[in-house]
Design a protein around this ligand. Structure first.
Ligand SMILES: C[S@@+](CC[C@H](N)C(=O)[O-])C[C@H]1O[C@@H](n2cnc3c(N)ncnc32)[C@H](O)[C@@H]1O
Length: 378
């Protein structure tokens, strides 16, 4: 496959590093090779599908179906497609931060080959997502099932990458407090969102819906992160990233698509400030051990702890353990032992006296967290 020379397309919002918030025009492999190693937080890739169309696709009334028959989607053989896939996935893995993740979208024509290459190259598959289309194209010949979905693979850079971004609580909160599932329902890109040329013809055959990219970006990145799209097309990834307060870098070979994408992104107004804050649950909060409450002077050594019904008493030690008689251990273990249970949440079980009242030590933990966030300016 011929590689065009690398050309930087400038963008007003680009940073000093010269590649953030820009569209790099050229072959995705050579352009990714120019980016610094470990520099992007997430990758969304919508590579050629290799549809292998044998001639025009016709409707029963003999009209021609507007299928993806562009040169960029054509490969001589499965071997040629696999070699291309391995080349761009290798370049992408070098650019990805160690805790970054990659999304690749595809159809039955290519996604299984992409999945095998991802695993062969060391990526670790986290999920496959089925994007079920509410308005798919019919199967015109009536010889197969209607092809009503595409598959996304979400993978970490390595098997042992544990601290990749997954905004579990925000997704759950946005889904009526139910865990977000791996089957997503969205319409294909149509109506006002679909970019058209001067003659009203689709500007690109495979423009993805912004809602799909928004789900991906909100799930796996934080505001300020940088998202790379090596097959930028109309720049859907860049448009959504900009709106959601993320940076992007796009790579695209075709002049016309670069121009369309740049105009589209320039017109986007980013959301600001509080509108971008993510809902966080308990697991998003910083861990505060009981010892740090003692170190911070929020609980003095020698303080007596008791339960809400004042049945049990324990004494705080200088090392952050608590003791009943000579038996000293964590707030959780001592809480469990005095009740004869296997486990206990010491934060809600133990209380400190506040005058005549009792206050759960969990409230002191919240105070410690507030101080920590003020100290780091969060
Ligand atoms: C499936 S489309 C992506 C569409 C995009 N997600 C959107 O929403 O508009 C693939 C794009 O990759 C571009 N492309 C194909 N091969 C490429 C390569 N080797 N390097 C860079 N871009 C390439 C094509 O020109 C096409 O625009």
């Amino acid at each position: 496959m011929k590689r065009s020379g690398p050309v930087l397309v400038h963008n007003r919002d680009s940073d000093e590093a010269g590649w953030r918030n820009r569209i790099l025009q050229g072959h995705c492999v050579s352009q990714m090779e120019r980016l610094p190693a470990g520099s992007v937080d997430a990758i969304f890739a919508d590579p050629p599908y290799n549809l292998q169309l044998g001639g025009d696709l016709m409707r029963p009334d003999h009209s021609k179906v507007d299928a993806v028959d562009d040169a960029w989607d054509q490969f001589e053989s499965f071997q040629a497609y696999d070699a291309f896939t391995r080349a761009w996935l290798t370049a992408a893995r070098r650019v990805l931060k160690p805790n970054g993740t990659i999304w690749v979208i595809g159809s039955y024509h290519n996604i299984f080959r992409v999945g095998a290459s991802l695993q062969d190259l060391g990526y670790w598959i986290l999920n496959d997502i089925v994007w079920r289309k509410t308005n798919p194209m019919p199967n015109f010949r009536g010889k197969r099932f209607q092809n009503a979905h595409e598959t996304l693979i979400w993978a970490s850079r390595d098997q042992d990458a544990k601290s990749y971004t997954f905004n579990y609580d925000a997704l759950k909160a946005s889904n009526d407090d139910v865990q977000m599932r791996s089957d997503w329902l969205f319409p294909i890109c149509s109506g006002g969102e679909r970019l058209k040329d001067e003659d009203g013809i689709k500007a690109h055959p495979t423009q993805k819906p912004e809602a799909l990219l928004a789900r991906i970006i909100l799930a796996s990145t934080k505001p300020g992160d940088v998202v790379l799209d090596p097959f930028f097309g109309t720049g859907t990834t860049g448009a959504v990233a900009k709106r959601l307060g993320r940076d992007f870098v796009g790579i695209e070979r075709e002049d016309d698509y670069v121009r369309i994408a740049q105009e589209r992104i320039d017109a986007i107004e980013p959301l600001a400030g509080d509108d971008l804050k993510m809902a966080g649950g308990k697991r998003a909060e910083p861990r505060v051990p009981f010892a740090s409450l003692v170190e911070a002077g929020l609980v003095a050594p020698g303080t007596e702890l008791t339960d809400s019904k004042r049945r049990y008493r324990a004494r705080v030690r200088a090392d952050g353990t608590i003791a009943v008689g000579d038996d000293a251990a964590s707030i959780h273990r001592i809480g469990a032992r005095v009740q004869g249970l296997d486990a206990c949440n010491g934060w809600t079980f133990w209380h400190v006296k506040q005058g005549q009242k009792l206050m759960p030590i969990d409230e002191l933990r919240q105070l410690a967290r507030q101080r920590m966030s003020l100290a780091i300016g969060a």
